[in-house]
Design a protein around this ligand. Structure first.
Ligand SMILES: C[S@@+](CC[C@H](N)C(=O)[O-])C[C@H]1O[C@@H](n2cnc3c(N)ncnc32)[C@H](O)[C@@H]1O
Length: 400
């Protein structure tokens, strides 16, 4: 597929190049954040399977530079404009250090409406991938395998180079958020791809269990295969809230989705360990459920609450958040994770093809892969004289 054709068929691929993101995946994280407010109160993050680095770019721009995207960015802009237009705005802008600029010297004064940046203090971001990654401002990048136990101490050292002690590597729980967009090289054999993906997910989860702070968050890519319920049930034991989300930038035709787990709360006595990692066969202590004494005991009534959000919208919650009983199938054995589609409905549809303006120039990717797995294959093909040596053969024939 040519660049232009891909630009048409994949609006997020095109948008990523226009907006300076290394990969279209950036929009998945931004849309997840928009729905779940992932970065609230977060200062220490580990980005697993991070290359080429668009998720790390999001982290760097939101946490280190203090930029706002999506609804938050739009609200900020609106607020600036409102403050300016409604009395005293001009004075206030000047007080905040914003300058009035003379547009092209024509005497027409305009306020610079770029939103104020709110960088956070003490940010630590570590990004890990098998592939090398080009450097990013404020992000420590590591080339390592997330399935290997030796990666944890390396990662902890990268997070706290001055205070890390190898004698008690797991004594600290220094991370607020672990994100993982890990994906194997897809073979096209569905079951195999789902299996390998699930192994990556377990590796990411085990790593997260070793380093998350109580109350921490874990977000990871999943393929919704047939045994995905088991995963949700296990996640529910170590996190207060587990939801599955499909951002609008993730193609509807793909089985990809993301688990968003909040409120890390390991059961009493649970010790995370990479030597005895959590996996499909692990039996974890189950949360105690109170047995109902009478068979016709009535279900507690749902608490319907409403609140007015900052942006004026009224949010109605149809049930107590801690009341997960509704999501448990009869018999109480199977817990069903709530599924949410996220991303603004007015945002691009990742499955649609869009017309491009005639005079449009197709851009190159922001960050071409530094050492893609196919590089060696291309080199070998070149040595053999072109596409599987066919070109060489033809060229020799033509010369003779
Ligand atoms: C879809 S890409 C991630 C894209 C990234 N989130 C971004 O925004 O640029 C999946 C990545 O998983 C990495 N990966 C796969 N298996 C891995 C492993 N065992 N350890 C570390 N990284 C792995 C691949 O090298 C690949 O770069």
């Amino acid at each position: 597929m040519g660049k232009s054709s891909k630009d048409k068929r994949d609006a997020y691929y095109r948008l990523a190049k226009e907006e300076g993101w290394r990969a279209r995946s950036a929009y998945k994280l931004l849309q997840l954040d928009e729905e779940f407010n992932l970065f609230e109160g977060v200062t220490r993050v580990v980005d697993l399977c991070a290359a080429p680095g668009s998720w790390s770019q999001v982290l760097s721009r939101v946490l280190i530079k203090g930029e706002k995207f999506g609804r938050a960015g739009w609200q900020d802009k609106q607020k600036n404009m409102r403050d300016y237009v409604l009395g005293g705005g001009e004075k206030k802008e000047m007080e905040e250090g914003k300058e009035e600029v003379d547009v092209e010297g024509e005497g027409e004064k305009k306020v610079d409406s770029t939103p104020k940046l709110t960088p956070r203090e003490g940010i630590r971001i570590v990004a890990i991938d098998l592939q090398p990654m080009s450097p990013l401002e404020g992000v420590t990048t590591m080339r390592a395998d997330i399935t290997h136990p030796s990666t944890i101490p390396l990662m902890l050292k990268a997070l706290d180079p001055d205070t890390y002690s190898p004698s008690s590597p797991l004594n600290s729980s220094p991370v607020d958020l672990v994100i993982s967009d890990g994906a194997p090289d897809v073979t096209g054999l569905h079951d195999l791809d789902i299996y390998v993906q699930s192994q990556l997910l377990w590796a990411a989860l085990n790593l997260a269990l070793c380093v998350l702070k109580p109350g921490g968050k874990f977000v990871a890519k999943i393929f919704r295969g047939k045994d995905v319920d088991l995963l949700f049930a296990q996640l529910k034991i170590v996190f207060e809230r587990v939801r599955v989300a499909k951002p609008r930038s993730s193609r509807a035709s793909s089985i990809e989705a993301f688990v968003v787990c909040e409120g890390f709360c390991p059961p009493e006595g649970f010790m995370a360990s990479l030597e005895r990692p959590l996996g499909a066969g692990t039996v974890l202590p189950e949360p105690v459920r109170e047995e109902s004494t009478s068979s016709d005991a009535k279900k507690p009534e749902k608490k319907v609450t409403s609140r007015v959000r900052e942006d004026g919208a009224i949010e109605i919650d149809l049930g107590d958040e801690t009341d997960d009983e509704d999501d448990v199938e009869e018999g109480g054995r199977r817990w069903i994770a709530p599924f949410l589609a996220c991303g603004d409905l007015s945002a691009y549809d990742s499955d649609a093809t869009y017309h491009l303006p005639k005079d449009r120039v197709s851009l190159d990717p922001v960050q071409p892969p530094t050492a893609p797995p196919y590089k060696r294959a291309l080199e070998m093909r070149k040595l053999a004289g072109g596409a599987y040596g066919k070109t060489k053969g033809r060229a020799e024939k033509a010369a003779s």
